[in-house]
Write a protein that binds this ligand. Structure first.
Ligand code: FES
Length: 120
């Protein structure tokens, strides 16, 4: 077999390995989710798909409604800084907790590895 094909197949397999682990606390339940980089557009879509949360993400990820607000309880990696709309929406909801974020504004990548997320 051609080495380029082997390498290409290896890359595809590597991309599909669920190597991002996220612990989610929602109500009295704890969920252990596994995914990989860019499997979902953002954390909101991951949470919506794996843990069906009614009404989660009312503005469909525009960062305007604040319904997808979560608290990043623990993370070993630094999350990206708040974008302008995210900061404005969080202020509008009266949130002063620095760990509160909009799930729709957090990309699914290695930054989420071993993070613990609490859903309000
Ligand atoms: S879905 Fe509306 S702010 Fe995230």
């Amino acid at each position: 077999m051609d080495s380029a094909i082997i390498e290409n197949n290896y890359c595809r397999m590597k991309l599909r390995i669920k190597d991002i682990y996220v612990k989610v606390i929602y109500g009295d339940e704890e969920f252990h989710l596994e995914t990989y980089t860019n499997e979902y557009r953002n954390l909101m879509m991951l949470l919506y798909d794996k843990i069906y949360i009614e009404g989660f993400g009312e503005c469909k990820g525009m960062g305007r409604c604040g319904i997808c607000m979560v608290e990043v309880v623990e993370t070993k990696n630094e999350l990206p800084h708040l974008e302008r709309y995210e900061e404005a929406t969080l202020k509008k909801t009266g949130v002063i907790n620095l760990n509160s974020r909009l799930a729709c504004q957090i990309l699914v990548n290695e930054v989420l590895q071993n993070a613990t997320i609490w859903i309000y």
